[in-house]
Design a protein around this ligand. Structure first.
Ligand code: PLP
Length: 373
C-alpha cells in the first residue's frame, strides 16, 4: 500500500540532502565546539557557518540567532525572560495561538501576576487590528505575541503592519513564525519584529533543533544555566549535526522557495476544486490562508467524526483532525472554537497540509478515501 502524507503542518519529511549533510557531520565532526583543539574548532566552524547561512537567508545578523532545541523552548525563553528581565507587565496575545505560546503566557500570569489580554479574532480567522490598537492604548510595558501563520487553519498575519502598530505603541512584538520559516521570504532587518522562533522539522529539517531570533539591542537572560554556549544564553553542548541539518534545510527551502510555493499552491487549489466537486457542501475554515494549509468542514454527520481519521489511516492516508477531538484527545480545537458556530464545531473538520513531495494522485486518493466513508 502506498502511504500518503498530507500532514506537513505537523512535521515534514527530511530532504535527502539534509540527511547526507547530517550524516557527514556525525561521521567526521564529532568534536565539542567548546574544545580548543582542531576537533572542537572544526565543530565550532560548522556551527558558526550554519548560523551565518541562516542569518543571510533571514536578513539578520548571525549574532541575533540563538539555537534552541525547538520553537517551544525558544518561545518559552523569550516570553519568560521578557517578563522576568525586561519587566514586561502585560502580554497581549490571541486565543488561536499555539499552546507553546498560550500555556507559557498562562504560566507567566500565574507565576508573576502579569496582565493578559486576548485580541479579538474575526470570523475569517484574522486578528482584529482595530481591537489590538485599542488594547495597546491602555498601559505601558507590554509585549504582543501573535503568530504569523496559524498551524490549524493557515490564516496569515501581516507582520509588517502588526509590528508597526506594536512599535508605534512602544510594545515589544514576539511572532511565532514556525509555520512560515522556510516557506516565505524574510528581511528581518526591515521588519518591525523583536523576536521570531522556528523549528527545523517544519521545513524538511531534523527534529530537536530550532532557533530564536532576538533583535540586536534586546538583552534577555538565560533559562538554562551551565556552560557558555550561545553567548551564555542557552547552556548545553550544541547539537552540531542538527544545526548543520537545519541550515542545509533552510538553504534548500530558500533556493527552491518560488517553484515549490507555485507547485504547492496549485496542489492546494486542485484539492479545493476536487473537494468542492465531490462534496458540494464542504466549507473552508478560515479565509485568506497560507498556501500549504487547508482546513475544511466536511458535510458528514457528527457520528462519523471519530471514524474519519481512522478510516483514512487504514488506507495509508495521513491528515490531521481539525475539530471535535484533536488527534487522540477529546477536546475541541481551541482554534476552531474561536471561529465556528457551536453546531459546526461538532461536525468533522480536517486539516490537510501539503509539501512539494505531494502529487495530484495523493489528493485523488484522499478524495476516494473520503468518498468511502
Ligand atoms: N508554533 C506553531 C505555530 C507550531 O505549529 C508548532 C508545532 O506544531 C510550534 C509552535 C511548536 O513547535 P515545536 O513542537 O517544534 O517546538
Amino acid at each position: 500500500m502506498k502511504k500518503i502524507y498530507l500532514d506537513n503542518a505537523a512535521t515534514t519529511p527530511l530532504r535527502h540532502e539534509v540527511i547526507a549533510e547530517m550524516t557527514q557531520v556525525l561521521q567526521n565532526d564529532f568534536g565539542n565546539p567548546s574544545s580548543t583543539h582542531s576537533f572542537g574548532r572544526s565543530a565550532k566552524n560548522i556551527l558558526e557557518s550554519s548560523r551565518k547561512s541562516i542569518a543571510k537567508i533571514l536578513g539578520c545578523a548571525a549574532q541575533e540567532l540563538i539555537f534552541t532545541a525547538n520553537a517551544t523552548e525558544a518561545s518559552n525563553w523569550i516570553l519568560t525572560s521578557a517578563v522576568k528581565d525586561l519587566k514586561i507587565q502585560r502580554i497581549i496575545t490571541s486565543k488561536i495561538e499555539h499552546h507553546a505560546t498560550l500555556y507559557t503566557v498562562k504560566n507567566l500570569q500565574q507565576q508573576y501576576g502579569i496582565e493578559v489580554d486576548y485580541v479579538k479574532i474575526l470570523p475569517s480567522g484574522a486578528v482584529d487590528a482595530t481591537h489590538l490598537v485599542d488594547l495597546l492604548s491602555k498601559s505601558p510595558n507590554t509585549l504582543v505575541s501573535l503568530m504569523q501563520v496559524n498551524n490549524e487553519i493557515g490564516t496569515v498575519l501581516d507582520i509588517e503592519k502588526i509590528g508597526r502598530i506594536c512599535h508605534q505603541h512602544h510594545a515589544l512584538f514576539h511572532c511565532d513564525t514556525v509555520q512560515a520559516v522556510g516557506k516565505t521570504e524574510y528581511n528581518l532587518q526591515d521588519i518591525p519584529v523583536d523576536f521570531i522562533v522556528a523549528s527545523a522539522h517544519k521545513f524538511h529539517g531534523p527534529k530537536g533543533i530550532g532557533f530564536a531570533y532576538v533583535k540586536k539591542g534586546i538583552v534577555l537572560q538565560p533559562l538554562l544555566f551551565g556552560g557558555e554556549q550561545e553567548k551564555g544564553l542557552r547552556a548545553g553542548t550544541e547539537a552540531v549535526h542538527q544545526v548543520a541539518g537545519m541550515a542545509k534545510a533552510l538553504e534548500l527551502a530558500s533556493t527552491n522557495l518560488e517553484s515549490e510555493r507555485n507547485y504547492i499552491t496549485e496542489l492546494k487549489n486542485y484539492c479545493i476544486t476536487e473537494l468542492q466537486t465531490h462534496f458540494p457542501e464542504i466549507k473552508i475554515n478560515g479565509e485568506v490562508t497560507f498556501y500549504n494549509i487547508l482546513n475544511v468542514l466536511l458535510p458528514f454527520s457528527e457520528e462519523k467524526t471519530a471514524m474519519i481519521l481512522f478510516n483514512l489511516d487504514m488506507k495509508g492516508i495521513a491528515v490531521s483532525r481539525g475539530s471535535a477531538c484533536q488527534s487522540g484527545s477529546v477536546k475541541p480545537s481551541h482554534v476552531l472554537a474561536e471561529i465556528l458556530a457551536e453546531e459546526d464545531l461538532k461536525k468533522p473538520s480536517l486539516r490537510i497540509s501539503f509539501s512539494h513531495y505531494n502529487t495530484k494522485e495523493d489528493i485523488d486518493a484522499l478524495i476516494d478515501g473520503l468518498k468511502g466513508i
